[in-house]
Design a binder for this molecule. Structure first.
Ligand code: NAP
Length: 440
C-alpha cells in the first residue's frame, strides 16, 4: 500500500456502493490528482457475499459484518451506503467515536438523526458528509451551503424524488392511471417493491428537511414536515392542468415567511412555462430563490448507482482535503455554525397560504355553481377560473366534473369552505384540492 494512501471502508455493495467502486476505479487518476492522495477501498461489507456485483471487488477484503469494517484499524474513512436507520446509525456513531470521518447517502438517517450524528461528529472533530443524500448527482448541498453563503435564501422548491416524477410524467405522456404506471415502474426497476416512501412523500420530505436546514439555518425538523403523496392524482387532473396551462409535479417546498418556515411536500400545479415544470422522468431539479443571486435552477440525475457515486466521491475528496484542517475551520454540517442555528418555527399546514385547484362532481342543474361560488365568496376566497364540463348524455347520476382555480388563501380557510361545499345536496363527490405554486 502506498504510504500516503487514504484507506476507505465501504459499508454496502449495492446500487450506490458498486457505483462508487466503478467510478473510483475508472477515474482513479483524475480523482487522485484532485485529492492529492491515493484513495483505496481496503474493505467492504454486504449481507450476501455470494451475490454477483456490478463491480470488481478484487483486492478488497469482504465481510458480512459491518462492524469489522468500522473497527478495522487500517481504515481512515468510512463510506456508509447500507441505508435505513439501524444498524447504519450505530455504525456511523461508532466510526465517529473512533475519529473516522463518514460519508453517507442516507437521507433517512440524516433527516431523522442528523442532529445527534452531527453533535457527535463536532465533539470528535470529524467530518460527516452527505451530499449524496439529496438529489443524487446534483451538488445542491454544496451550492446552498457554500456558493450561496452571501445570500438570504427565501425559498427552495424541488422535484426531489425521481420515482414519483417518473410516474407523473408517464401518466401525462401515456394518459394512464397511477396504479398502471406504478406497476410498470416496479417491473422496470424504477420503483422499489415497497414504493411507499417514494409515492407518499416521505423520501422527498427527508431530503427537503435537509435542504431547509442548510438554507435557513434551522434544526432538522422532519417530524414537522407536511407530506402528501401522489396516489390520488388522476389522469383527469393531469389533463385539466394541461388545459389550464399547468403541469402537475410532486414538489418539496421550504419557504421563509414572516411567521416561520413552510416545510411541505405535495403535488402542485406549476405554470408550464417554468423550467422546473418541464423536468420529466427520473430527473430531479431544485430551484433556490436567493436575494442577491436571484433564482437558480439545478438539474440532473437524482438517483442511480453512477450519479449518486459522483456525489459520494466528491464528498470523499472534500473530506480527504480537509483531514488535517482544524474542525472549527471546516464548513459546518448544516451551513451555519452549530451554536448559530435559529429557532424559527415550522408553520403548521393550516397556516400556509396557497392558490388551489379544486375538482368535484356536481349535478348538472341550474344553481349548483352559484352555491359553490357563494360558499367560496363568503369565506373570502376569490375565484380565478371556473369550468363545468357539459354532460353529453344528460345527467347519468354521476354528475358532471367542475374545476375551479382560486387565488391564494390560508389552508384553514379553504378547509372550511371545502367542508361546506361537500355537504351541498347537488355535490356528489368529495372536493379534491391540489395546491398551485407559481414559483415566481
Ligand atoms: P442497496 O442497493 O439496497 O444496497 C445496500 C447494500 O448494503 C447492499 O450491498 C447490502 O448487502 C448491504 N447491507 C445492508 N444491510 C447490511 C447489513 N446489515 N450488513 C451488511 N451489509 C448490509 O441500496 P442503495 O440503493 O445502494 O442505497 C444505499 C444508500 O444510498 C441508501 O441510504 C439510499 O437511500 C441512498 N441513495 C440511493 C440512491 C439510489 O439511486 N439507489 C440515490 C441516492 C441515495 P446485499 O447486497 O448483500 O444485500
Amino acid at each position: 500500500m502506498e504510504t500516503n494512501a487514504i484507506r476507505v471502508g465501504l459499508l454496502g455493495l449495492g446500487c450506490v456502493g458498486s457505483g462508487v467502486i466503478r467510478a473510483l476505479t475508472r477515474n482513479q487518476e483524475e480523482i487522485e490528482r484532485r485529492a492529492g492522495r491515493q484513495l483505496r477501498i481496503v474493505c467492504a461489507c454486504a449481507r450476501d457475499l455470494e451475490k454477483s456485483r456490478d463491480c470488481s471487488t478484487e483486492g478488497i477484503r469482504l465481510t458480512t459484518n459491518p462492524h469489522e469494517v468500522v473497527d478495522d484499524s487500517e481504515v481512515d474513512v468510512i463510506i456508509e451506503l447500507m441505508g435505513g436507520i439501524e444498524p447504519a446509525k450505530e455504525l456511523v456513531l461508532r466510526a465517529i467515536e473512533q475519529g473516522k470521518p463518514v460519508i453517507t447517502a442516507n437521507k433517512h438517517l440524516i433527516a431523522l438523526h442528523g442532529s445527534e450524528v452531527f453533535a457527535a461528529a463536532e465533539s470528535q472533530g470529524v467530518n460527516v458528509a452527505f451530499e449524496a443524500a439529496v438529489a443524487g448527482s446534483i451538488p445542491i448541498i454544496k451550492n446552498i451551503r457554500e456558493s450561496l453563503s452571501g445570500n438570504r435564501i427565501t425559498w427552495v422548491a424541488g422535484i426531489i424524488n425521481g420515482t414519483g416524477n417518473y410516474i407523473l410524467s408517464a401518466m401525462e405522456k401515456e394518459g394512464r392511471s397511477f396504479e398502471e404506471v406504478l406497476a410498470d415502474a416496479q417491473r422496470l426497476g424504477y420503483a422499489e417493491a415497497d414504493p411507499s416512501f417514494d409515492v407518499d412523500g416521505t423520501d422527498a420530505a427527508h431530503k427537503l428537511t435537509i435542504l431547509a436546514s442548510i438554507a435557513f439555518g434551522i434544526p432538522l425538523s422532519f417530524e414537522q414536515a407536511y407530506r402528501e403523496g401522489i396516489e390520488n392524482i388522476s389522469a383527469d387532473n393531469i389533463v385539466d392542468a394541461r388545459e389550464l396551462g399547468y403541469r402537475i409535479k410532486h414538489l418539496g417546498i421550504a419557504r421563509r415567511t414572516e411567521g416561520g418556515i413552510e416545510l411541505r411536500v405535495h403535488p402542485a400545479l406549476i405554470p408550464h412555462r417554468r423550467l422546473i415544470a418541464n423536468v420529466d422522468g427520473v430527473m430531479n431539479a431544485v430551484v433556490v430563490q436567493a436575494d442577491a443571486a436571484g433564482a437558480h435552477l439545478y438539474y440532473g440525475a437524482g438517483a442511480g448507482g453512477d450519479p449518486t457515486a459522483s456525489a459520494v466521491i466528491a464528498d470523499l475528496v472534500d473530506v480527504v482535503r480537509t483531514l488535517t484542517t482544524d474542525a472549527e475551520n471546516r464548513v459546518p454540517h448544516l451551513a451555519y455554525q452549530p451554536h448559530a442555528l435559529s429557532d424559527l418555527p415550522i408553520l403548521p399546514i393550516d397556516d400556509v397560504e396557497t392558490a388551489c385547484y379544486l375538482k368535484l362532481q356536481a349535478r348538472d342543474r341550474p344553481g349548483v355553481l352559484a352555491a359553490v361560488t357563494r360558499i367560496l365568496g363568503d369565506r373570502g376566497i376569490s375565484i380565478e377560473a371556473i369550468r363545468q364540463r357539459q354532460s353529453m348524455n344528460g345527467d347519468s347520476g354521476e354528475g358532471v366534473p367542475v374545476t375551479l382555480l382560486t387565488h391564494a388563501v390560508p389552508e384553514a380557510q379553504m378547509n372550511q369552505a371545502i367542508v361546506e361545499i361537500e355537504v351541498l345536496e347537488d355535490v356528489l363527490s368529495s372536493v379534491q384540492r391540489i395546491r398551485i405554486e407559481t414559483l415566481g
